[in-house]
Ligand binder design. Structure first.
Ligand code: PSV
Ligand code: MN
Length: 430
């Protein structure tokens, strides 16, 4: 496959046809914002500075527990996944990093992989360990847990895998390890709820001790699935207690789909930040559970409210607030490249809206207990159509005015369908 994904001319031609209309819309939005005392170019600069990572596994079609429906040309190895992520970044310009998952993305030469990614305009973000599946030839099964297993051999194997992920991550230029375990139970009485957490903490401490000085360990909680009665790190409470027990390099990672229904996620964000423990975010959307739907497709208002807290945290940082942002979605019925482009734009848009919130007005309303004006400060920002602003930031960074339209014109899938090995059927990922 040609590593040059598309020429600058192709993007320029595409943009040239749309630029006049976009300028008109941008200027109109600029005038509307100026009437609110907001300088559009300042907001655009904030948006231009916003970025997040793509998950390597998001480049492939996901699936449900029941089935996976592959599409021709989808990637089957890390090299092809990098190409697709590189294309997303070239067109969208919000996602300059990828977050790899091991052992799914194992190769023999990580220095070469780092160079390969750099040639595509990509760096590496947090590395993800996988002790929620058994691998061929593995000595101990994770059937009864990994870091929290009663079997010392399984625990040691899980610790060693996480330490290996850190070593790989160092070679890739990463600075964080994200740990999500599927450990838990399906039946009352299956495990001692206290002792399993003790075992998890002891194992996690060993992983923690292998972290380089400038690394973080991000603990990702999830209420249920694959465990349906209890999960060891089920909620933000368990997560922050574990992070506090482990030490300052341990922080919590919030995946939008991993909570009890109707939980106030923005409040969780604010709480974690209050204690300097908000380390990362997995963006997706959800209707019922960990649905891994496209960001902003179900509840865009929640996404905005989450960003309202994140922007607030940025403005009032505690303990070097520097969250690792990533998309974590399962693209079951769309072309993953299109979903990642659309989601990156939705996430950047939610960030832009949160930047528009008049913080002084919000604070004054809160201090005066003026409920309606506090709400209106958020509402005014939320209902602003920021798409011209996000598009202009993208174009100025070298991206496409309409990334999905240009992607379709490229015939990328038709090409990759000719050149890539077809994916097998089967069930999807969690
Ligand atoms: C678990 O559901 C999760 O959100 C974790 O981030 C995993 O690493 C990822 O999904 C893999 O499917
Ligand atoms: Mn996740």
């Amino acid at each position: 496959m040609d590593p040059i994904l598309l020429s600058i001319d192709q993007i320029d031609d595409h943009n040239a046809q749309r630029l006049d209309a976009l300028r008109d819309e941008y200027d109109s939005l600029g005038r509307a914002l100026a009437r609110r005392g907001i300088d559009i170019d300042t907001v655009k600069a904030r948006v231009a500075g916003f970025s997040l990572a793509l998950p390597t596994w998001g480049a492939g079609r996901g699936g449900t527990r029941f089935a996976k429906f592959p599409i021709p040309g989808e990637p089957t190895n890390i090299h092809e996944k990098l190409q697709d992520c590189g294309l997303v970044q070239t067109l969208g310009r919000v996602t300059p990093r990828v977050s790899p998952h091991f052992p799914w993305d194992k190769v023999s030469d990580y220095a070469a992989l780092r160079e390969e990614a750099a040639a595509l305009g990509l760096g590496f973000d947090a590395v993800n360990s996988n002790t929620f599946q058994d691998q061929p030839g593995q000595r101990h099964s994770y059937r009864n847990g990994s870091l929290s297993a009663t079997d010392a051999g399984a625990r040691e194997q899980a610790i060693a895998h996480n330490v290996e992920c850190i070593e790989i991550g160092r070679k890739l230029g990463s600075k964080a390890l994200t740990v999500w375990v599927g450990d838990g139970t399906n039946f009352p009485g299956q495990q001692d709820l206290g002792a399993s957490l003790d075992r998890y903490l002891a194992s996690a401490a060993e992983v923690y001790s292998a972290l380089p000085d400038d690394w973080r360990m991000l603990l990702e909680h999830k209420m249920y699935e694959p465990a349906f009665y209890s999960s060891v790190i089920s909620d933000w409470g368990s997560s922050i207690l574990a992070a506090q027990t482990l030490g300052p390099k341990a922080q919590c990672l919030v995946d939008l789909g991993h909570h009890a229904p109707n939980v106030n996620i923005e409040q969780i964000v604010a709480r974690l930040h209050r204690f300097g423990k908000l380390g990362g975010f997995h963006f997706n959307d959800s209707k019922y559970g960990d649905d891994d739907l496209d960001s902003g497709s179900i509840n865009p208002h929640q996404l905005f409210l989450v960003f309202n807290e994140l922007v607030e945290a940025e403005l009032n940082p505690r303990d070097g607030f520097d969250p690792a942002y990533m998309i974590d979605q399962s693209h079951n019925v769309t072309d993953p490249i299109e979903s990642m482009l659309s989601s990156a734009e939705a996430i950047a848009g939610a960030f832009a809206k949160a930047v528009l919130v008049d913080r002084a007005e919000l604070l004054a309303a809160q201090d005066a207990n003026d409920v309606m004006m506090g709400f209106q400060a958020l509402r005014r920002a939320y209902r602003t159509d920021v798409s011209p602003l996000v598009a202009m930031a993208r174009i100025e960074a070298g991206g496409a005015a309409d990334p999905i339209a240009l992607y379709r014109l490229l015939g990328w899938r038709e090409r990759t369908a000719q050149e890539r090995t077809p994916v097998g059927l089967g069930a999807g990922i969690v």
